[in-house]
Design a protein around this ligand. Structure first.
Ligand code: ADP
Ligand code: ASP
Ligand code: MG
Length: 449
């Protein structure tokens, strides 16, 4: 068995879904299990509708946008010739949108959006796309059975960032999925969504369909987990910052995890965890160019002669400087700082310390004012927005003493605000002003690739 996960752009329209059906049909001998994201930008639209509903927008305009989303799904279903078959089932497109409309109407009245409601609403994207894709497969000659992912992916109740309960989930997967595959059908389920043991809908966090795919792969003991997306694989630079990067042919689980954590959106950061646990190769592939070999992620890739595998970037970073109000750092200073960040559930990405000061970066500034007011009882704190992290990742960094020298000479006059190396031995991370990001990535990319 293999798991094939198709992201939002890969299922964004009837035409894209036809392409996906073709890709799956050619791989039926490998006994695929398919995981899909919501169609196109559906998740963003659902969240926008929910926010409008509680934000005081007129009921008619909120329902108007919801109507556009419903019509889009109906039109794509019609173009695939599955409109009738889908609307006959009790949970077809029209019925599902009726249910969602009731929920949105309740939000307009209540004007309150809890994390639990956010999950319930954003889950409609994958609920709908999996229905559409499964029906389309059947119509296009790929026998398929639709699975409601919420009945197999079991999670804790940390809404919008739920963690899978692996024991329960693997058990559900083993009970229900392989028998369907043996019977010659392709199971199709939505990524991103799950439910608590009580059956309350949850989600694994934005971009979480990759994670779902690898949980499914580990649960059924798949031979490979394929992440089908809109680029040729892991590229040597984020294409939204520097187009024209090269495809990385192979990389290690550790490199992929580090790149994902530092902003390579092509993979959700948790994706490799279940794959590592069961040692299942992960392959990133392009659904528009299926003939390209993509990027193969394994535990021990063949040795590479390059020190760097790829350069990842994280935008919208805030640099926080904290200076002890005593002359020297007293013991317990760092603990006090991190307790404050912990209380406000704000994670820190990078860190540097000196005798009396600590610099760190955060990407979530929601609680920064509250953090500042607590920190100011024992230290001074300043925050500077509009920064970015540039992270060079490669297993060979640890063996190449010249890498840092090459990094700084390539950067030339670009001012770096913070540098970190050593935590994992396979990355060098730099903080630069947002305005310098493109220039920094260009210089580093031409130095190393
Ligand atoms: P999907 O909807 O298929 O999950 P995503 O948008 O989540 O797709 O991820 C694919 C995108 O990741 C690419 O279109 C690209 O813009 C972005 N990306 C960022 N860094 C990288 C990288 N190093 N290599 C490839 N893609 C990257
Ligand atoms: N549809 C979800 C999102 O947009 C999950 C995913 O695409 O991976 O975040
Ligand atoms: Mg994604």
């Amino acid at each position: 068995m293999i798991v094939m996960k198709f992201g939002g752009t890969s299922v964004e329209s009837a035409e894209a879904i036809r392409r996906v059906a073709g890709i799956v049909r050619e791989r039926l001998a490998q006994r695929p299990v398919v995981v899909v994201s919501a169609m196109g930008k559906t998740t963003n639209k659902l969240l926008e509708i929910a926010n409008m509903a509680v934000g005081g927008d007129a009921r008619t305009s909120v329902l108007g946008i919801l109507g556009v989303l419903r019509d889009f799904h109906l039109e794509q279903a019609a173009a695939l010739g599955i409109e009738d078959s889908l609307n006959k089932v009790p949970f077809g497109i029209t019925a599902t949108f009726k249910e969602l409309k009731q929920l949105i109407e309740a939000l307009v009245v209540m004007r309150e959006l809890t994390p639990r409601l956010i999950d319930t609403i954003s889950a409609y994207g994958e609920r709908l796309s999996s229905l559409v894709v499964s029906a389309a497969f059947n119509r296009l000659g790929v026998p398929s059975l639709h699975f409601d992912a919420r009945s197999v992916i079991k999670t804790d109740a940390r809404h919008t960032q739920a963690a899978p309960l692996l024991k329960e989930t693997y058990e559900q997967l083993r009970i229900s999925v392989p028998s369907v595959v043996q019977s010659g059908s392709v199971p199709v389920m939505g990524g991103f969504i799950g439910s608590t043991l009580d059956g309350v809908t949850t989600t694994l966090g934005r971009g979480g369909s990759d994670y779902s795919a690898s949980i499914v792969g580990a649960g059924i003991g798949a031979e490979e987990i394929q992440i089908w997306t809109d680029v040729d694989g892991m590229l040597t630079a984020d294409p939204t910052i520097l187009p024209g990067g090269h495809r990385v042919e192979t990389c290690s689980f550790a490199e992929a995890a580090e790149l994902a954590y530092f902003g390579a959106k092509v993979l959700h950061p948790a994706t490799v965890l279940p794959a590592i646990e069961k040692n299942i190769p992960v392959r990133i592939l392009n659904s528009r160019r299926p003939e390209v070999a993509g990027t193969l992620i394994v535990s021990n890739p063949p040795p590479s002669d390059k020190p760097i595998c790829s350069i990842a970037c994280k935008r919208n970073i805030t640099l926080v400087n904290i200076v002890s109000s005593r002359m020297l750092m007293t013991h317990g200073f760092l603990r006090r700082i991190f307790e404050v960040f912990d209380r406000h559930q704000t994670s820190v990405d990078m860190l540097a310390t000196s005798e009396v000061s600590v610099s760190l970066t955060v990407d979530n500034t929601r609680a920064l004012d509250a953090i500042r007011s607590e920190i100011e009882s024992f230290a001074e704190m300043t925050a500077e927005k509009d920064h970015a992290i540039v992270c060079l990742v490669g297993e060979n960094i640890r063996g190449c003493p010249q890498v840092s020298a090459r990094v700084f000479s390539a950067l030339g006059g670009t001012k770096t605000r913070m540098v970190s190396q050593g935590a994992s031995q396979l990355n060098i991370s730099l903080v630069v002003a947002a305005a310098d990001l493109v220039r920094a990535v260009e210089s580093l990319h031409s130095e190393f690739f």
